[in-house]
Design a protein around this ligand. Structure first.
Ligand code: F6R
Length: 234
C-alpha cells in the first residue's frame, strides 16, 4: 500500500488521473468507478483532458435500490452528469436500482464483473470506513449484494436529498471480495472529516469493523489524501 499526500483535492485528483493514464498506456480497459463528492474533481480532470475513453468499459460500485436511472439522486444519473455525458465510454455498468429480484440482479452484476475484470478501481471512503456500500461487518470475501445502509451513511447522504426520509435504505453494492480482485486500487479521501477513518484504515488493525482496512492486504493500492485527511497519520 502506498500513501500519497497532496496539497489539496485538485492536486490529489491530478495524481489519480496520472495513475489511470499510465495504467491505460499499459493496456487497462476496465475502470471501476465511484460516486459521491470525492471523485468529482477526478472526473473533471478526465473530462478536461484529451485522453480518449471511448474504448473503455466502466463498472460502478453501487446504486440505491428503488431509484430509476433518470432520478437525479440515482448513481446512474450522477455518473451521466459528472462523467459519461461529457466523456463517452464504450460501455458503462451501474447496478439496476429498479431491479426487484435482488438475487437475479446481484448475480447479473457479478457476471458483469467476472466478464470485465477491473484494471483500476477508484474508491472513496465513508466516515465509518465503508467502501462501496460495504458497511462495517461486511465480509472481506463478499460479492455483489443488496445491503441495508447504516444510520451513519443515511445521515451522511441526507444532504443530497430534500428530507432524510427520502434517503433510500438499501443499495446494491459490489462486494469487498470483488473490489479486492481489481488489479490496481486507488482510494481518494479529502477533508478533515475523513482524518480519523483514514488513520484507522492505514494504521489500525485489519478488521471488518473498518471495511477499508482490508486494503492493507493488497500491494497495488494507492491512497491519495489531501493534507487535512492525512492530518492524523503518525
Ligand atoms: C459511492 C461509494 C461510497 C462513497 C463514500 C464517500 O459510490 O461507493 O463508498 O465513496 O460514501 O462519499 P463522499 O465522497 O461523498 O464522501
Amino acid at each position: 500500500m502506498k500513501v500519497i499526500v497532496a496539497k489539496n483535492n485538485i492536486e490529489g485528483s491530478q495524481k489519480a488521473f496520472e495513475l489511470i493514464k499510465s495504467a491505460m498506456d499499459n493496456g487497462a480497459e476496465v475502470l471501476g468507478l465511484a460516486t459521491g463528492s470525492t471523485p468529482i474533481a477526478l472526473y473533471n480532470t478526465m473530462i478536461d483532458s484529451d485522453v480518449d475513453f471511448s474504448k473503455m468499459t466502466s463498472i460502478n460500485l453501487d446504486e440505491y435500490v428503488g431509484l430509476a436511472p433518470d432520478n437525479d439522486q440515482s448513481y446512474r444519473y450522477f455518473m451521466q452528469e459528472h462523467l459519461f455525458n461529457k466523456k463517452p465510454f464504450a460501455k458503462t455498468y451501474v447496478p439496476d436500482g429498479l431491479a426487484t429480484d435482488a438475487e437475479a440482479e446481484t448475480k447479473r452484476y457479478d457476471k458483469v464483473i467476472e466478464d470485465n475484470p477491473i484494471d483500476v478501481q477508484i474508491l472513496g471512503i465513508g466516515l465509518n470506513g465503508h467502501i462501496g456500500f460495504n458497511e462495517p461487518g461486511s465480509s472481506f470475501e463478499g460479492q455483489t449484494s443488496k445491503v441495508a445502509l447504516t444510520q451513519s451513511t443515511i445521515d451522511a447522504n441526507a444532504r443530497f436529498f430534500e428530507k432524510e426520509s427520502d434517503v433510500p435504505k438499501f443499495a446494491y453494492s459490489m462486494g469487498i471480495g470483488s473490489i479486492m480482485k481489481s488489479k490496481k486500487i486507488i482510494l481518494l479521501a479529502f477533508g478533515e472529516a475523513k482524518a480519523d477513518i483514514i488513520k484507522e484504515t492505514i494504521e489500525g488493525p485489519i478488521t471488518t469493523d473498518v471495511p477499508a482496512s482490508v486494503l492493507q492486504n493488497k500491494e497495488d493500492v494507492t491512497i491519495i489524501l489531501d493534507e487535512a485527511a492525512a492530518s492524523k497519520l503518525s
